[in-house]
Design a binder for this molecule. Structure first.
Ligand SMILES: Cc1cc2nc3c(=O)[nH]c(=O)nc-3n(C[C@H](O)[C@H](O)[C@H](O)COP(=O)(O)O)c2cc1C
Length: 137
């Protein structure tokens, strides 16, 4: 199974999650500057949540995806207080005709005095378990 991981992370929180998911599945966590160039079974897409939305580079990346190259996508995200990136990603992926799995990974991400230390060890272990579980589906 070909797995790819792409993420947008302004302050490193989502990147830490991306790296755990990628290393669990023996692939690399890359930024959205790296297009999907080979047929991919499972594409993990991650972003922090900024003003209730995902990073604009991730939006652009999703809009450029070729549904013939991506079988299905999985969302992961970090945020300080509000909801995950799932709904936003689901809408964008639906527009390009790529199926998003209902399962997602979301954890707290530090922001100023909020959520200090997150993602922490427990969050990263949960990300690892999530990656394993999804890869067995
Ligand atoms: C400009 C900006 C806007 C943010 N807006 C929100 C928000 O609307 N809701 C929220 O829960 N967290 C918000 N946060 C906190 C981030 O979602 C949180 O720190 C997340 O872990 C950032 O991921 P990153 O380190 O990968 O960039 C915001 C952070 C920044 C820098």
């Amino acid at each position: 199974m070909i797995v790819a991981v792409r993420c947008c992370s302004r302050n490193g929180n989502t990147r830490r999650v991306a790296e755990v998911i990628a290393s669990t599945l023996n692939t690399e966590a890359l930024s959205t500057e790296h297009p999907i160039l080979q047929p991919t079974d499972l594409l993990f897409l991650g972003s922090g949540v900024y003003a209730g939305d995902i990073d604009k580079r991730m939006k652009q990346f999703i809009r450029m995806l070729d549904p013939a190259m991506v079988n299905k996508a999985v969302c992961f995200s970090t945020s300080a207080v509000t909801n995950s990136a799932y709904r936003r990603m689901a809408d964008l992926l639906a527009d390009v005709g790529i199926r998003l799995l209902p399962q997602e990974f979301h954890c707290a991400g530090s922001f100023g005095i909020l959520q200090k230390g997150h993602p922490d060890r427990k969050d990263l272990d949960a990300a690892k378990d999530f990656a394993k579980k999804i890869s067995r589906l």
